[in-house]
Ligand binder design. Structure first.
Ligand SMILES: O=C(O)c1cccc(C(=O)CC[C@H]2O[C@@H](n3cnc4c(=O)[nH]cnc43)[C@H](O)[C@@H]2O)c1
Length: 249
């Protein structure tokens, strides 16, 4: 049985790292498939895996639109075109000391960290406000398989909540507030929750895989390690392309 995986990144540089890691296509490289809305899939096929890589844009709204488009197009085509798993992938800020620079974070949960309300008594989530949801859990069986593959390849990694924010954290105060509100938070990025909402609408499991390019905290551009993070992302997907990620049904 062919396992069909949709991997969504924010920008082309992240998609390039994922594609370089996926050891699936022949010498001609991945097939390019246009989607409505100006989006496009890079289709990697090999063995029993079909992995479509999608550049979805920065932020939860842009990436939800792109992911929803890919999932809708697949669902309208035929029964074999749907996806078994959606992966939100890219670089991220890591919460020190949980997720150091250059390491990989696998989401134990995909959490919308600023989807709620500030009140004089503190922050309220959308659940506390009485509507919507702010977290998508990820099955331990899935995070366990991913973690085992990364460990087997000697790639340093952490499993923990990955926060989705619309504003990159740039102060120690906000980093501390997020860490207190989300115990064990491993990383923050800007797309996971948008990808997860689209995947949930189509009943497809989701997980986030992030490589840490910077620490969550006071803004320090000189300390960013984007090249190292993109290389860790490539190594992660090289290991994952040899791993059975889809739950047996
Ligand atoms: O200008 C800054 O201070 C700054 C710091 C970190 C990242 C950015 C970006 O514009 C990149 C956003 C892009 O990369 C992901 N990302 C990477 N690091 C973080 C982070 O610490 N917090 C949130 N997102 C991060 C994110 O998913 C976007 O796709 C600017």
């Amino acid at each position: 049985m062919v396992h069909r995986i949709l991997i969504v990144t924010a920008v082309a540089a992240e998609a390039d790292s994922v594609s370089a890691g996926l050891d699936l296509s022949g010498p001609d490289g991945p097939e390019h498939l246009p989607l409505p809305g100006g989006f496009a899939l890079r289709r990697h096929t090999g063995g029993s895996v079909r992995a479509d890589v999608l550049v979805g844009g920065v932020g939860p709204a842009a990436v939800a639109a792109a992911t929803g488009t890919a999932l809708a197009a697949a669902s309208l085509k035929d029964a074999d075109s749907g996806y078994d798993l959606v992966v939100s992938a890219g670089i991220a800020g890591g919460f020190p000391p949980v997720a150091p620079l250059g390491t990989v974070v696998v989401s134990g949960a995909v959490v919308a960290a600023d989807l709620g309300a500030e009140t004089p008594d503190g922050y309220l989530t959308v659940e506390e406000l009485g509507f919507g949801r702010s977290s998508h859990p990820v099955a331990e069986s899935l995070t366990g398989r991913i973690a085992a593959a990364l460990a087997a390849g000697g790639l340093a990694h952490t499993v923990g909540p990955v926060l989705t924010v619309s504003t990159v954290t740039g102060t120690a105060g906000r980093a501390a507030a997020l860490a207190e509100r989300h115990p064990g938070a491993a990383a923050e990025a800007m797309e996971g929750f948008g990808v997860a909402e689209a995947a949930a609408a189509y009943g497809v499991p989701v997980v986030e895989v992030r490589a840490v390019s910077n620490a969550v905290g006071p803004r320090d551009r000189a300390a960013w390690r984007i090249g190292e993070a993109l290389d860790a992302l490539r190594r992660a997907f090289a290991l994952l392309s040899r791993t059975d990620l889809v739950e047996p049904s």
